[in-house]
Design a protein around this ligand. Structure first.
Ligand code: ADP
Ligand code: GN1
Ligand code: MG
Length: 369
């Protein structure tokens, strides 16, 4: 949406009844998709109560009503599961704050769709795996998330983004963007285009296993990067899995793989110095351990055997998506500078090469757990 979110934020704020008066708002977090703000309110007693206010991306999500129905369904379900196991329902899952009109989201006068969540306090959101221990904590949280949703009725979930992790379809969309070359940028990325061509056959591996009935369709998160889990400041444990926009039927190996893509290295996703971008096998190992512990026996042997493929395919697919968006003029992923999506694509392809070089070790590690 061309309209900057700031233009309508006061409309959105007016739609909600917060715990106190709004004293300020600021852009918040490092997400690539939604416009996220932190809202500071002050109660009559003088306490500060914070909220997360988001305008959902219109480029990514075409049906905010369906998206919010998914999120309410999933968070209500998780709340019941957490209550049953004696957990803290206000911290271990998100809660959708209703508008004054009792709706799960608010539509502004320009058509933008907004939602509010109470801010989950005393937590940290990491942009890189600062320590193996923290990465392990994130793995357990994502594994547990999958386990908690293992009996969730998948047929009640809308597909919020069609063919989201259909890597073959991502390849086809890339091909179309390359052929159209709307921005005249294809000339700047010949090596990356060649890399995609070289990997075209890989794109079908997980889907073929799904079609053959080797891999089951589950309810998955589908966007399991490290900054989509909140870590308890005091204990260092994963408290709450956030960013539930893409909870849909999917493959467990993709949830595993997307975390590896983002977290099993020591560099930023848009690092320009590729000598700093290296896949870290020890982080791969610790994540494997944590994810399988969190999932606690819910994964089949075939799913375990395909975990390295999950890592490689999510990394390859994400690189293809960044490259596609670069070719199309950066209309999907937020960018702060020109060329950022191409830089992001390059880090992903470097990581794919590293994984290919470490393939036998990756398989051996998975076999250990
Ligand atoms: P995007 O889809 O753009 O990534 P997210 O839903 O992941 O948007 O939110 C962006 C960031 O906002 C997160 O990475 C996290 O830092 C912060 N955030 C989101 N929800 C909460 C919450 N309920 N409590 C605290 N921080 C949150
Ligand atoms: C986006 O929303 P965010 O920033 O957590 C994207 C993911 C990508 C990721 C790459 C809905 O995640 O699929 O893997 O960027 N989310 C959506 O960093 O497209
Ligand atoms: Mg996010």
């Amino acid at each position: 949406m061309a309209d900057p979110a700031e233009n309508r934020i006061s409309e959105a704020l007016a739609a909600y009844d917060f715990a106190g008066g709004v004293v300020g708002t600021m852009r918040y977090g490092k997400g690539h998709i939604n416009d996220t703000f932190c809202v500071y309110t002050q109660t009559e007693e003088g306490d500060c109560v914070r909220y997360i206010l988001q305008r959902m991306s219109a480029a990514a999500f075409h049906r905010p009503d369906r998206l919010m129905q998914n999120i309410v369904g999933v968070t209500d379900y998780l709340r019941r599961e957490i209550a049953q196991s004696g957990g803290d329902t206000a911290r271990e899952t998100m809660t959708v704050l209703r508008t004054r009109a009792g709706e799960t989201f608010f539509t502004d006068s320009a058509g933008g769709a907004w939602r509010v969540y109470p801010f989950i306090e005393q937590t940290r959101c990491l942009q890189t795996a600062e320590t193996p221990r923290l990465f392990y904590a994130s793995a357990k949280a994502f594994g547990r998330f999958q386990r908690m949703l293992k009996d969730y009725p998948a047929d009640t979930l809308f597909e919020t983004i069609e063919k989201f992790h259909d890597t073959e379809d991502r390849l086809a969309k890339f091909e179309a963007a390359r052929a159209a070359d709307a921005m005249g940028r294809a000339k700047d990325c010949a090596p990356e285009i060649a890399f995609v061509k070289e990997h075209a056959a890989d794109c079908g591996v997980a889907l073929a296993a799904l079609r053959a009935g080797k891999l089951p369709l589950r309810v998955t998160h589908n966007d399991t990067k490290l900054n989509n889990v909140l870590i308890d400041t005091a204990t260092g444990e994963g408290v709450c899995v956030i960013d539930l926009d893409t909870v849909m039927p999917g493959l467990s190996i993709n949830d595993f793989g997307d975390s590896i893509r983002f977290g099993a290295n020591h560099s930023a996703e848009d690092e320009r110095d590729l000598s700093k971008v290296n896949f870290d096998l020890s982080l791969f190992e610790i994540y494997t351990k944590g994810f399988l512990e969190g999932a606690a026996g819910t994964l089949t042997d075939a799913e375990k055997a395909y975990l390295p493929w999950g890592a490689k395919l999510m990394t390859l697919e994400c690189g293809i998506r960044f490259l596609t968006d670069y070719l199309q003029g950066d209309t999907y992923f937020h960018v702060q500078r020109e060329g950022q999506n191409l830089d992001r694509c390059r880090t992903q392809f470097k990581l794919v090469r590293d994984m290919e070089a470490a393939w036998d070790e990756m398989r051996a590690i998975v076999a250990k757990y």
